[in-house]
Design a protein around this ligand. Structure first.
Ligand code: A3P
Length: 306
């Protein structure tokens, strides 16, 4: 009889990481990253969504897609109703350039939307040299850590990964696409030097003032909301549509799966609590202080407070 569990998880999830070009990443991504760096040709109106895993990538993808395509797809017929955000906007390093594949972008309408977990310095040169724009999202690193721990544990082979091991990994800066402080400061620096190139968003500010932050996003992406749209509360409607409670309850995000490299991930694992400060429910005050102090020390002098 066929091994059903193996069919559902064709490749075993592991936490094998390698230090590559100054950051940590799962070893199997390296050839994809090199291929992306060597081949991707950015267009001036491209938009790249960048984040560390668990910083709010899924939310950012949903918002960017909906804002950008709002005149094409009324919310009732949005592809997000039936497609997970990660299948609508693919990662360069996990999907577009996986397994030696060279993607054909000919059919994609402009502005093209892409996503990446790579740090700024590892982006393809053409993204940096062109007028392509980058929307970056970050989040309280303690919440990123706890969210990452939950996410990893949602994979059956890693269900017993201890929180202590996760904490140690983050304290050493060895988590996927880490160190956190390098990732965040790379994009922060660019956003300070060239605010037309990089829009720097924070998850907590998005939660506190979604309308204000979405207006910033729309302007940055070149599709500002009109006065009429504002009066008609179109921004609030999009915020509600892209909310965790709405997306989490869609059939596609309850029972579906997405493929990242060769890993099959359950769509529901991208939607958990979505709260700011949830780390207090999992980390002891001592553990939280230990990691916070490391991050604070590493970001000293950058002007960035997280
Ligand atoms: P929690 O684990 O704290 O709940 P990423 O998308 O980068 O993988 O990050 C996942 C985190 O974002 C999870 O955080 C998840 O619940 C939260 N999230 C997913 N969709 C969201 C949405 N629409 N609004 C707010 N948070 C969302």
């Amino acid at each position: 009889m066929a091994d059903q569990s193996n069919q559902r998880h064709p490749k075993k999830h592991t936490l094998n990481s390698t230090h590559f070009q100054g950051f940590w990443c799962p070893s199997e991504f390296v050839p994809n990253i090199i291929s992306f760096q060597n081949h991707f040709q950015a267009l001036d109106d491209d938009i790249v969504l960048a984040s560390k895993p668990k910083a709010g990538t899924t939310w950012l993808k949903s918002l960017a897609f909906t804002i950008l395509n709002r005149h094409r797809f009324p919310l009732s017929v949005s592809p997000l109703n039936t497609t997970n955000p990660h299948d609508l906007i693919l990662f360069f390093e996990l999907s577009h350039y996986r397994n030696g594949r060279l993607p054909d972008f000919a059919g994609i309408s402009s502005p093209r939307l892409f996503s990446t977990h790579l740090p700024y310095h590892a982006l393809a040169e053409s993204i940096k040299q062109s007028n392509a724009r980058i929307v970056y999202i970050t989040r309280n690193p303690l919440d990123i850590m706890v969210s990452q721990w939950h996410f990893v544990r949602s994979m059956p082979e890693l269900a017993d990964w201890p929180l202590d091991a996760c904490l140690e990994r983050f304290c050493r800066g060895e988590e996927a696409f880490g160190a956190f402080w390098d990732h965040v400061s790379g994009y922060w620096k660019q956003s300070m030097e060239n605010p037309r190139k990089v829009l720097f968003l924070k998850y907590e500010e998005m939660k506190e003032n979604p309308v204000g932050e979405m207006k910033k996003m729309a302007e940055f992406m070149g599709c500002p909301f009109s006065v009429e749209e504002e009066k008609a509360e179109a921004i609030e409607e999009i915020a509600e549509f892209c909310s965790l409670s709405n997306l989490k309850n869609l059939k596609v995000n309850k029972n579906g799966a997405v493929k990242n490299v060769d890993l099959i991930l359950q769509t529901r694992s991208f939607f958990r609590k979505g709260e700011a400060g949830d780390y207090v429910n999992f980390l002891s005050p001592e553990a939280a202080e230990r990691y916070s102090k490391i991050v604070e020390e590493k970001l000293k002098g950058s002007g960035l407070t997280i």
